[in-house]
Unconditional design. Structure first.
Length: 356
């Protein structure tokens, strides 16, 4: 898909493709998006391999280590993508991306996983290429697991707000090259958060850890743009990213411990598809609302006067207002989740399986 995007970039008339109304621009974006969707298989594979290759008492730590490695990749990508696009342009950025993909492909082809020795025959696992019904049945079989996926989906729904507006906010403060570097530096939070999980695990109850982490994430998301001060924003982004590996490792560990191995790839795939679909939906909804309604109001004299006591002054107070409301919603939702029957059932199921 990236090669196709590169070919399109070479042959498309640049002046026409640069307009947001141009079909060529949207075709290019969709091709790149499909490439990214294909790349998401990596996360499903890694989560399943942790179950296959790591003893159950160390899986939380291994999931943290996966988060650390992913964080390192995130840092490199964030820094060099900003520099490449800012200094070299989209064409050379595509060339670099395709070249690195070829190197990775050659390396992956050399890896051998001893899956056959670990896979039991006669487990009743379906071998259909598409078996959504079976994946749902495997999720429902674990009391409270479907509720956890619903909660994660809702959390991602709110997270789509940050996905849509974080870059626009950052680019109001920094040039694109500097924002790429700062985003990469903030991405060290991924490494630190993953390293903490790798060292100390997730505690006796990863579901409780997940909910507390989500509440903390909501608090940070509500406050890191409360004033238009660049260092407060950067620290907030760093802390936000440090919590992400904790949340992801918590959910992965629960699935790894409660779902049979033969079903895990499909359950991870279903969960990722279910949850990942939420963020783009919110992004597509909130971005136009922010641009056409909230930001103009925040920049108007009446809006500036009404928001000054809460959000101070600055160019992006409208985005800050959206972040504040989104963070409060996350905190309330995670707090209410502690009171649900699904939380208690899933906690009891997880504890019983770990002790067995």
């Amino acid at each position: 898909m990236f090669v196709c995007a590169g070919v399109l970039f070479l042959v498309a008339p640049l002046e026409e493709a640069l307009h947001v109304s141009s079909p060529l621009l949207w075709i290019f974006a969709i091709i790149v998006l499909f490439g990214c969707i294909a790349a998401s298989l990596r996360n499903i594979t890694l989560s399943t391999l942790v179950t296959l290759l790591v003893p159950k008492e160390k899986r939380a730590n291994a999931n943290g280590l996966v988060g650390t490695v992913s964080g390192i990749g995130f840092i490199i990508t964030s820094v060099f993508s900003g520099l490449a696009i800012g200094l070299l342009g989209m064409g050379w950025t595509l060339v670099i991306a395709i070249g690195l993909m070829i190197v990775v492909l050659i390396d992956v082809l050399r890896i051998r996983i001893p899956e056959a020795a670990h896979t039991k025959k006669g487990t009743g696992a379906s071998h259909k290429k598409v078996d959504i019904r079976g994946s749902i049945a495997a999720i429902i079989a674990v009391p409270g697991l479907f509720a956890l996926l619903i909660f994660s989906t809702f959390n991602n729904l709110i997270g789509g707000v940050y996905m849509a507006l974080l870059d626009p906010y950052g680019l109001t403060i920094f040039p694109v090259e500097i924002w790429g570097i700062i985003f990469g530096v903030a991405g060290t939070g991924f490494v630190v958060g993953g390293a903490i999980v790798a060292k100390w695990g997730l505690g006796k109850n990863p579901i409780k850890t997940l909910l507390w982490a989500v509440m903390l994430m909501g608090l940070i998301g509500a406050l890191f743009t409360i004033r238009e001060v660049w260092w407060v924003f950067v620290i907030g982004v760093w802390l936000y990213m440090a919590i992400v590996p904790v949340i992801e490792a918590s959910e992965q560990t629960v699935i790894q411990q409660t779902v049979p191995y033969e079903r895990q790839g499909r359950v991870f795939g279903f969960a990722q598809a279910f949850e990942s679909a939420a963020a783009p939906i919110t992004a597509f909804i909130i971005a136009p609302i922010a641009e056409w309604v909230i930001i103009p109001y925040a920049n108007s004299p009446a809006g500036q006067e009404s928001l000054r006591w809460l959000l101070g002054e600055g160019e992006a107070r409208g985005i800050a207002l959206v972040f504040l409301i989104s963070g409060i919603i996350i905190i309330i939702t995670a707090g209410l989740a502690f009171l649900t029957r699904s939380y208690r059932k899933l906690s009891m199921t997880y504890e019983a399986i770990v002790k067995s």
